[in-house]
Write a protein that binds this ligand. Structure first.
Ligand code: PEP
Length: 250
């Protein structure tokens, strides 16, 4: 069970530090639920400081696939490790849509994240036209296969998949619990073929797309929904903590 907050391009340094402090206070002891927040790069160091001593872990929202070098404006995996990141979100639909990320690019980053001890949260999901055309499974299968091409990993705790139907991200529209369950079961089946049954049983498959306190319990109680990747509702400590509590009860 994992609840991760994606703060996207929100919060300056002061606001991010404050939000991290508020999240720590609101979440308290999350028990068996793993919790992470993913602030903008410039606040990672300060947020790591604010999280120290708590159960809340740190993640980044993206990274480059190379170790270091002439890639102006980019951030490398060893840099993320050096500021205390455990997680990195890769292949978010906004990265695919606005920054031209491809499955091959995501794949290179996944390998680099794993090589550096970061847990990639790999985002997959179809756009509305693809769902209307009944192509959602095909699209997600291609994204999962592409992201994991040539990836070798034995421990299911080293990898996270987030199913985020693009039509549900930031729109207020949510997949129904049944739609989420169907796709999560499909993804688990793909992972079972790729990594074996016990790996697939234990890996966390998160749902993302307008999850909020009002709908979290229904989504998180689905058999194959192992947590959430939360955008908008992670920017308020209380609503983020309420989703963590929903997961505790799921
Ligand atoms: C996301 O961007 O990962 C996300 C799920 O956003 P929201 O919760 O705002 O739909």
């Amino acid at each position: 069970m994992l609840i991760a907050g994606n703060w996207k391009m929100n919060t300056d340094l002061a606001a991010a530090t404050q939000l991290a402090q508020d999240v720590v206070a609101a979440v308290g002891d999350p028990g068996a639920v793993q919790v992470a927040v993913c602030p903008p790069f410039i606040s990672l160091d300060a947020v790591f400081g604010a999280l120290r001593g708590s159960a809340v872990k740190l993640g980044a929202q993206n990274m480059h696939a190379a170790d270091a070098g002439a890639y102006t404006g980019e951030v490398a995996a060893p840099m993320l490790r050096s500021v205390g990141c455990d997680y990195v979100i890769l292949g978010h639909s906004e990265r695919r849509q606005y920054f031209g990320e491809t499955d091959a690019g995501v794949n290179a980053k996944v390998k680099q994240a794993l090589a550096n001890g970061l847990i990639p949260i790999i985002c997959v999901g179809e756009v509305l036209d693809e769902r209307r055309a009944g192509r959602e499974n095909e699209v997600v299968q291609t994204q999962v296969a592409g992201a994991l091409d040539g990836v070798s990993v034995d421990d299911p705790a080293r990898l996270v998949i987030a199913y985020e139907p693009v039509w549900a991200i930031g729109t207020g529209e949510t997949a129904t619990p049944a739609q989420a369950q169907d796709m999560h079961a499909f993804i688990r089946g793909l992972l079972s073929k790729r990594f074996g049954e016990s790996f697939a049983r234990d890996i966390h498959i998160l749902y993302g797309g307008s999850m909020k306190p009002a709908n979290a319990a229904d989504l998180l109680s689905q058999t194959d929904v192992d947590g959430g990747l939360i955008g908008g509702a992670s920017l308020k400590a209380d609503s983020f903590a309420a989703i963590v509590q929903a997961e505790q009860g799921a």
